[in-house]
Design a protein around this ligand. Sequence first.
Ligand SMILES: [Zn+2]
Ligand SMILES: [Zn+2]
Length: 141
Amino acid sequence: MSELNLEGSCLCGRVAYKINADTTAQTPHFFHCHCQRCRKASGTGHTSLIIIEQCSLTWKQGEAGIACYKVPEAERFATCFCTECGSPLPRYDAASGRAVIPAGSLDHEPGLEPEARIFQNSRARWSCQDDVLPAFAEYPE
Ligand SMILES: [Zn+2]
Ligand SMILES: [Zn+2]
């Protein structure tokens, strides 16, 4: 069995979490997402997200200090953040075990590399770009 362990926290340190995933039968995804929702939610040109379809997430501390906002018309786009400092935090669906983790919230190198830039069709012209990673108009096929 191969395992992935991630630990992260917010800027003020009130909220901290750890994630454990069995990666034997699944590959975590790591994307730079340039969609407009990510831009608005982060205030930057893109978010850097690690997506794990099945994992366990434990809030080490500060769970009561987390708020989430779901875009009403979105299928599942939501952003979770520390109510004290506003830092983005993982969005975790306990029913399915799916986690969307803002890579910048990690306290260490994840040992994963970004694999693609997604939602290039809504990329801001000033946002960073490269010719190294594959780029997709929306989600990868
Ligand atoms: Zn905080
Ligand atoms: Zn996005």
